[in-house]
Design a protein around this ligand. Structure first.
Ligand SMILES: CSCC[C@H](NC=O)C(=O)O
Length: 192
């Protein structure tokens, strides 16, 4: 992405998580360093993580490392505590059911249950990088909602892609997923 393109995106405050996926993901991971993935039993995986309250360069470096780690582990999603940091941050890089790649970063997500009449369960095989070798059929809604708050306390929502593979961008210092309706996941990621 050109400098101008980057500037434009920051000015617009939002990026669309299906756009410029290759460039955005590469930029993150090339700045980052892959860290070891924490495994079940590590205390950082067994307690609630802390809210992100400061959106600074340290957070940006964490996100870079998360993308680098996610790529090294051949993952499609990664939470900060999976590289040992107890902050509520996750990154994702995955394809939706239509084969569209999504790449993004979410801070302080809050899962919200879908009403029963909107749940469409997908019970495909699922694993976790922090529980190596274990896979199981796990029924999850095909569209999952999460809410996230920005540093300015505005609230927005996104449908995190439930399955697949892919990844993200320029250097955001604040990230928040927003938008979407039903159907295929389509989130935009705020860059403040
Ligand atoms: C539920 S989809 C993501 C599962 C896994 N990520 C973290 O453990 C990965 O394979 O990337």
């Amino acid at each position: 992405m050109s400098q101008q393109g980057t500037k434009q995106r920051v000015d617009d405050e939002f990026i669309v998580d299906t756009e410029d996926c290759e460039e955005r993901e590469r930029a993150f991971r090339e700045r980052g360093t892959a860290r070891p993935i924490t495994v079940y039993g590590n205390p950082v995986l067994h307690k609630e993580c802390r809210d992100v309250t400061v959106f600074d360069e340290e957070l940006a470096r964490l996100v870079d490392d998360m993308f680098a780690s996610q790529r090294a582990a051949e993952g499609v999603g990664l939470a900060a505590n999976q590289i040992g940091v107890d902050l509520k941050v996750f990154v994702y890089d995955c394809m939706d059911d239509e084969g569209v790649r999504h790449v993004g970063v979410v801070c302080n997500p809050v899962l919200e249950e879908l009403p029963a009449d909107r749940r469409v369960l997908d019970d495909s095989n699922e694993g976790c990088l922090s529980v190596p070798t274990a896979y199981a059929e796990l029924a999850r809604p095909t569209t999952r909602w999460c809410a996230a708050r920005t540093s300015t306390a505005s609230r927005s929502r996104c449908a995190a892609p439930a399955t697949s593979r892919a990844a993200s961008s320029t250097r955001p210092t604040t990230f928040t997923a927003t938008s979407t309706s039903t159907g295929s996941p389509s989130a935009t990621v705020r860059m403040c």
